[in-house]
Design a protein around this ligand. Structure first.
Ligand code: ZN
Ligand code: ZN
Length: 313
């Protein structure tokens, strides 16, 4: 390179350095985030369609019914079974639970369990990717999901589950279940439109409310456990993290709001330890055990109850 070119390169480099402010870099990062999370963002935007299609009783019942059902699938199956193995089941019903869990559109069972187990092992330390101590409420709630490419399954954490081929396959093709689930809701909508014409219901209304509105509600309910249940509420147990017990969160998450109890003894099938700690997932799993589909539901040992009683006084 001759002196002139060297000078030009030096000047250009210097110029580029000056012309690449963090604002541009930040805009690029935001763009990458949008590019990576377009499906997530599109489902949020699609909620606005509810204003155009209107509402009717069948649409509202479908939305709430599927919402509650899917909260149970996440809490009872993805969380209390796949993440913590708090009861036993057969291989066939295990596969059924995995498929039902994927209807919540929170990736596959191994991905979910892997990340959740990691959260328990590193709660509120720098290793805990969704700790509110790291970036406040919004970071713990949804920022961590948007900011990082979290597509990779933490295989180290889920060796016990990864031996089942059907779970490994489901972890890769979970998106197909999402489409099948969306299709089922559309079919349900077509049936409702014919069965209840007096209500003014249309298939599109059922689809928008049942799929888009219900899914966004479900997502944010789940996220509240990572954010709200580590910020608001009381602490019965002095665990090494910021987990809280919160009655309101326990109601809307069907029992997961007893998060301080849960961090103290994650191996328990019930998170509400006392009779008044409403835990609908526990009632659901207990009812399921009567059918024989699941068994050996594990409860907190006596010493945990004693510890809780003494620290509450
Ligand atoms: Zn937690
Ligand atoms: Zn947990």
């Amino acid at each position: 390179m001759n002196a002139r070119v060297t000078k030009l390169v030096d000047e250009t480099d210097a110029e580029i350095d000056v012309q690449l402010p963090t604002r541009v870099e930040r805009a690029y990062t935001a763009w990458q985030s949008v590019r990576y999370n377009w499906g997530f963002l599109a489902i949020h935007l699609a909620v606005l369609a509810a204003f155009f299609v209107g509402v009717s009783w069948p649409a509202l019942i479908t939305c709430l019914g599927l919402y509650w059902l899917r909260v149970l699938f996440i809490t009872g199956f993805y969380h209390r079974y796949f993440s913590h193995r708090t009861f036993e089941t057969s291989r066939v019903f295990q596969a059924c639970m995995a498929v039902l869990g994927t209807t919540s559109i929170q990736k596959g069972p191994l991905w979910w369990a892997g990340h959740h187990r990691y959260h328990h092992r590193h709660s509120d330390t720098p290793e805990d990717v969704h700790s509110p101590l790291r970036g406040g409420f919004w970071w713990a709630h949804v920022g961590w999901l948007l900011a990082y490419n979290r597509n990779d399954t933490r295989w180290q954490e889920v060796k016990d589950l990864a031996r089942f081929r059907e779970l490994r396959v489901l972890d890769r093709v979970y998106i197909l279940i999402t489409f099948a689930f969306a299709g089922l809701i559309a079919v349900l909508g077509i049936w409702m439109e014919r069965a209840f014409p007096a209500t003014g219901v249309t298939w599109l209304q059922v689809f928008v409310w049942g799929f888009f509105v219900g899914t966004v509600l479900l997502w944010h309910t789940t996220y509240l456990i990572n954010s709200g249940a580590h910020i608001w509420g009381s602490r019965r147990f002095s665990t090494d993290d910021t987990s809280r017990n919160n009655f309101f969160l326990a109601l809307i998450t069907l029992g997961e709001g007893w998060h301080n109890n849960h961090h103290r003894y994650p191996g328990s099938e019930r998170n509400g330890f006392l009779w008044w700690e409403i835990d609908v997932t526990h009632y659901f799993l207990t009812a399921l055990s009567w059918t024989g589909l699941i068994w050996d539901l594990r409860r907190p040992p006596a010493h945990v109850y004693e510890e809780g009683a003494s620290s509450s006084q």
